[in-house]
Design a protein around this ligand. Structure first.
Ligand code: SF4
Length: 377
């Protein structure tokens, strides 16, 4: 397998105002005193690139990058420009909390060539936002989306379903409200109960109750129906886009193209090996600043493992996996690799095969997480 130079980069910004009760991401909340040191460490980690890297997509995720505010974002983007160079027409995304979207932040993003904002709205319903332990109100989401759209950004909105106590009607209203904002992209995630989170400990004590599985499924189906009816294309399990609004950065992940990544917990991929930086922000900073290796996990895949992973991420997309393209990209015959699993899925009414291409149907997408073990080793 030829390893190509990455043309995509991810930067993890691990700061949030507070940690939402369901969140187990790599971040520190209420530790703004670490921001200066983080920026210095980030500049140092970028030095592992041998020189400036031209990128087609650059994604600043977190955490909450917008928590750095206009001044911090300006510094961050200036540091990134020393090594990561978005070309003409590049997609540059910054994740933002609705409360952080101020005129100063918007002006900074415009000046710095940011093209896309991913808004962590989660809901446009006050009760759902409270149930999710979010620190913003529905009007903050409306205002932030409007300001960003008026400023010319492509805007993506995260919407969460299966919040404690949430009803199907509330989800439907949320989806209608989200598409009514005029955003070009919506990502719909079902709440997951992760070990070590405040939500999970409340659940264990019987104080919080997950939504029942049939209702969770109905919510996901409602998302597909409502957003497709509103003109969004359902192009990946969790992602919906108006024409031209797909996230090019995530498409690079799903194509298994190589990408670079910087910051605590950030995972990079060279087409064969995935290296994940140390997840602790303070350990990552200490190691980078001491000139030590800040890598945590190293997942070196065989060509066959990489092909199996390519199949899984490909099947998360509505377009599925083309046999010929898969053979060219991976060097493996799709049917030799996963024929029995595919036959089983088709027999269970979860996948369709038109001879050239295998794809999951709606039923398959709804249970897709349970299917991957049939393919991965
Ligand atoms: S704002 Fe996002 S990243 Fe930060 S704690 Fe909440 S869910 Fe996690």
């Amino acid at each position: 397998m030829n390893l190509l130079l990455p043309r995509h980069a991810y930067v993890h910004v691990p700061f949030c105002r507070h940690r939402c009760g369901y969140c187990d991401f790599t971040l520190v909340a209420g530790r703004d005193d670490l921001i200066d040191r983080y920026l210095v460490a980030l500049g140092r980690e970028l030095e592992r690139l041998p020189g400036p890297l031209d990128v087609d997509t650059l994604y600043l995720g977190g955490g909450t990058p917008s928590h750095l505010r206009a001044v911090g974002i300006e510094r961050l983007l200036a540091i990134l420009r020393t090594r990561l160079v978005p070309g003409a027409g590049a997609e540059v995304t910054v994740e933002a909390n609705p409360l952080d979207v101020t005129p100063a932040l918007v002006a900074t993003l415009q000046r710095a060539g940011v093209t896309r904002a991913s808004l962590g709205g989660q809901s446009l319903d006050a009760a759902t936002l409270r149930a999710l332990d979010r620190d913003h109100a529905p009007d903050d989401v409306r205002r932030a989306a409007g300001v960003l759209l008026d400023a010319g950004f492509t805007v993506s909105l995260d919407v969460m379903t299966a919040a404690p106590g949430q009803t199907l009607a509330a989800v439907e209203a949320d989806l209608d409200a989200a598409s009514g904002l005029g955003v070009q992209h919506v990502s719909v995630y079902c709440l997951t109960w992760e070990k070590g989170t405040a939500f999970e400990s409340q659940r264990a004590k019987g104080r919080l109750h997950p939504v029942e599985e049939p209702l969770e499924r109905a919510m996901f189906e409602a998302a597909i129906d409502r957003l497709e009816a509103a003109g969004f294309e359902h192009y990946e399990v969790s992602n919906f886009a108006r024409p031209g609004g797909r996230c090019r950065h995530n498409e690079a992940y799903w194509d298994c193209r190589p990408w670079e990544a910087f910051g605590p917990g950030a995972a990079r991929f060279d087409g064969r090996t995935r290296i994940t930086n140390h997840r602790s922000t303070t350990t990552w900073m200490a190691r980078v600043l001491a000139g030590d290796d800040c890598s945590g996990d190293v997942d070196a895949m065989t060509d066959e493992d990489a092909a199996r992973e390519r199949l899984v991420v490909g099947l998360r997309r509505r377009g599925g996996v083309d046999r010929q393209a898969f053979r060219v990209a991976s060097g493996f015959d799709l049917d030799a690799l996963a024929g029995p699993a595919i036959t089983t899925w088709i027999g269970r009414g979860l996948a369709v095969d038109d001879g050239a291409r295998i794809r999951l149907n709606r039923e398959g997408l709804l249970v897709s997480d349970a299917l991957w073990a049939d393919v991965l080793r």
